[in-house]
Design a protein around this ligand. Structure first.
Ligand code: FAD
Length: 356
């Protein structure tokens, strides 16, 4: 028994945090999950209404309890994922505090102290940060952006095409978010233009999340092969846009004007709204007091353990914490590797050291 409140504090109760909790419970370690969300589901609670997984349920399960397959072979909806995550955390009875924002993690002599926005402080021998990226949207800087009078929205806050009906819209970003949002906006907008840095890379129709997971795993094992993540999965709305002949992207504009943008050939276009599908950064501001947060929010890790702070572990975020660790299926494997490492590190602790 340590002198801390818990053996482990997990920050973030999305899929990555829940997968870690599953293995912590099995390892017999005491823990609590602190989650800023109003309810279960992590980032899924904020994604757009029409979003489907890009893998079938069987390839989208957390450890211990498979995602119900539903009544079709179709890829599950976002609501089905939220329902699954809700039932998953109920099933295992995890101790989760919500909404509970962690402001800072600080080093103590024999543990870590987690400071909450409420002012409360909790201590643990180890902390797993699994805060994802959703709360840290990234928007690139373009000249004149602050003078643009139209609306700007990051994909993190996009829910449906309806508010953009009959508007002139730019969708900026060459990943899956950009492709999917452009595909569903184009039919209702007065004019929709898809802006990408390079020509988008479309995966073959038969490649879905299963294949991407296998590719990511192979690359982590050191095998050569295509990367795949970041390339566009041909989910049904994107296929439909391609089949209608509208799935075309142009290279970026040069600058904003108050009414729109200027393209590289000098022509000006009037634009009502810009939707930034330009990605996210790891939400790691709470780790800054530990001095381990590098450029773009990344933390240097070896085997999921922070190099600068050995009591800190990371799960989710991206491939740098484990193969496909930001996906449902990858989260389980990341956690399965991570928890025994924590258990081993804690076993080596001089036990019963009170911290103050
Ligand atoms: P999150 O789900 O973001 O959970 C992190 C939790 O931490 C949140 O609840 C948040 O409130 C909380 N938090 C953040 N900061 C703090 C703090 N300071 N204190 C306390 N709590 C905090 N994944 C798949 O597996 N399959 C797919 O088919 C798939 N398709 C996708 C399609 C698109 C277009 C996109 C954009 C994503 C897709 N994803 C898919 C990825 C998936 O949505 C996310 O990567 C995933 O939700 C990340 O899980 P996570 O647990 O790491 O983070």
């Amino acid at each position: 028994m340590s002198g801390t409140d818990h053996d482990v504090i997990v920050i973030g109760g999305g899929q990555a945090g829940l997968a870690v909790a599953y293995y912590l419970r099995r390892a017999g370690l005491s823990f609590v999950i602190l989650d800023a969300g109003e309810g279960p589901g992590g980032a899924w609670a904020h994604t757009w209404d029409s979003l489907h997984l890009f893998s079938p349920a069987a390839f989208s399960s957390l450890p211990g309890w498979p995602m119900p397959a539903g009544d079709t072979d179709a890829f599950p909806t976002r609501d089905a994922v939220i329902d699954y995550l809700t039932r998953y955390e109920e099933r295992y009875g995890f101790a989760i505090e919500r909404p509970c924002v962690v402001e800072a993690v600080e080093a103590l002599a024999d543990g870590l102290q987690v400071r909450l926005a409420s002012g409360r402080r909790l201590t643990a021998l180890a902390v797993v940060s699994a805060t994802g990226t959703w709360s840290s949207p990234f928007i690139p800087a373009y000249p004149g952006q602050d003078q643009f009078r139209g609306s700007q929205l990051h994909s993190a806050f996009y829910r449906s095409p309806e508010p953009f009906r009959d508007q002139r819209v730019l969708v900026v970003g060459g990943g899956n978010s950009g492709a999917q949002i452009f595909a569903e906006l184009a039919p209702v907008a007065a004019a929709a233009t898809w802006v990408t840095l390079q020509a988008p890379v479309f995966l073959p129709d038969e490649v879905d999340g299963r294949v991407l997971f296998e590719r990511a795993s192979a690359r982590v094992r050191g095998e050569d092969g295509p990367a795949g993540f970041g390339d566009i999965v041909m989910v049904p709305p994107v296929k439909a846009a391609r089949d209608r002949g509208i799935l075309h992207a142009v290279r970026p504009f040069e600058r904003f004007t108050p009414d729109g943008v200027v393209w590289p050939d000098g022509t000006a276009a009037t634009i009502d709204a810009v939707i930034w599908c330009t990605g996210f950064r790891p939400a790691t501001a709470h780790l800054a007091p530990l001095g381990c947060v590098g450029p773009e929010g990344r933390v240097e890790v070896v085997d999921q353990r922070a190099v600068a702070q050995p009591r800190l572990w990371l799960a989710g975020y991206g491939n740098w914490t484990g193969a496909a660790s930001a996906t449902l299926i990858g989260a389980g494997r990341t956690a399965r590797e991570l928890v025994p490492r924590i258990a081993e590190a804690l076993t080596a602790e001089p036990s019963g050291m009170p911290i103050d």
